[in-house]
Write a protein that binds this ligand. Structure first.
Ligand code: FMN
Length: 148
């Protein structure tokens, strides 16, 4: 059974909901999926033995891209980490009225790439309530597993 780790940061619960939806879909696809709130995660979790790493983090900036506050703390600790081709993808709920719609996704993709991670597929950016996008979230998750 392939293993996936989902690490998310969430202030008002949308990313947490999305992480749960991704987990449920992965389990349908016979993956073993673990979900961790980023406040409970260690940097070393990113290099543990998982076939897939999924990061969920919304943007909380205005003119600039800012990561959700718990994720920002985690991000600060990533320098020097070697991901050695670890497959990863990023997801977020957001609000397209902001200048940088889900800018956190782009920021994390860039950072993880610099650390040597292998981006499996373009990040999933959901405008508004993830509960209204369950089909899109399931399709994105499915597409990742078919690319591994
Ligand atoms: C102060 C503030 C700044 C935000 N900035 C952005 C942004 O730059 N881009 C974006 O797409 N959404 C932005 N949002 C919307 C949140 O990312 C969105 O509500 C998201 O669903 C929150 O996720 P959470 O419930 O997991 O915390 C912002 C929201 C607030 C309150």
């Amino acid at each position: 059974m392939k293993k996936a780790l989902i690490i998310y940061g969430s202030t008002t619960g949308n990313t947490e909901d999305m992480a749960g939806m991704v987990k449920a879909e992965l389990e349908q696809l016979e993956f073993e999926a673990e979900v961790k709130d980023v406040t409970q995660a260690q940097v070393g979790d990113l290099t543990a033995e998982h076939d897939l790493l999924l990061l969920g983090c919304p943007a909380y900036g205005d003119d600039e891209i800012e990561l959700q506050e718990d994720f920002a703390d985690f991000y600060e600790k990533l320098n020097g980490l070697k991901l050695d081709g670890k497959p990863f993808a990023v997801f977020a709920p957001g609000d397209s009225t902001y200048e940088h719609f889900c800018g956190s996704v782009d920021m994390l993709e860039e950072k993880m790439g610099e650390l040597g991670g292998k981006l499996v597929t373009d990040g999933l950016k959901i405008d508004g309530d993830p509960g209204d996008a369950s089909g899109e979230i399931a399709d994105w998750t499915k597409s990742i597993t078919s690319l591994l």
